[in-house]
Design a protein around this ligand. Structure first.
Ligand code: HEC
Length: 157
């Protein structure tokens, strides 16, 4: 009887040692797995690329295609867009070339979708090197008929 206890104690201790070693290894693997998944700062700074055209694009394009660009110049003045958008770059990007640039500003945005968004939600994308100062209540201010005539005209600038 007396001999059994000292015989089993070392075995038990061995088992504990093995178990602890196993746990340490398991935790180690889990730790590095988690660490490996933490995005590095470089990854966090990479801009999200929009891979599909915005949902509103199709209906906007149809409405712009049906609009009357000949009324656009007057609407541009009526809402004082020309206070910031002159022929040349100034407070805002130049009016000249706006339609062409609009095709290139955001991935997967058509020119019409980009100009539409630029007017009704100017905060959605800020043109690099410009201040975020464009008036942001045009959605409420400009009736839709005028808005689409304006966009149709801007596409040709
Ligand atoms: C107070 C000055 C100001 C007024 C008024 C203003 N804008 Fe702007 N607009 C800006 C600035 C600054 C930017 C560039 C920064 C940004 O993206 O918001 C800009 C950007 C734009 C762009 C994107 C141009 C590009 O090159 O990508 C469009 C389109 C535009 N405005 C249309 C209009 C229209 C149409 C009106 C009138 C209904 C208007 N803006 C009124 C200042 C103004």
């Amino acid at each position: 009887m007396g001999g059994k206890v000292p015989n089993q104690a070392p075995r038990f201790a061995k088992l504990i040692t093995l178990l602890s070693a196993g746990l340490v290894i398991a935790f180690g693997i889990a730790f590095f797995a988690v660490l490996g998944n933490v995005p590095n700062p470089q990854q966090l700074m990479t801009p999200v690329i929009v891979t599909a055209s915005p949902q509103f694009a199709e209906s906007i394009e149809a409405r712009v295609a049906a609009a009357d660009p000949s009324k656009g110049a007057a609407i541009f003045e009526k809402y004082a867009c020309n206070a910031c958008h002159r022929a040349e770059d100034g407070v805002g990007p130049a009016l000249a070339g706006m339609g062409k640039r609009a095709e290139t500003r955001r991935p997967n945005y058509s020119a019409a979708a980009y100009i539409y968004e630029s007017i009704i939600e100017p905060n959605a994308f800020i043109v690099p090197d410009y201040a975020n100062i464009m008036v942001s209540n045009y959605k409420a201010k400009i009736p839709e008929v005028e808005l689409f005539d304006l966009i149709a005209w801007l596409l040709g600038q």
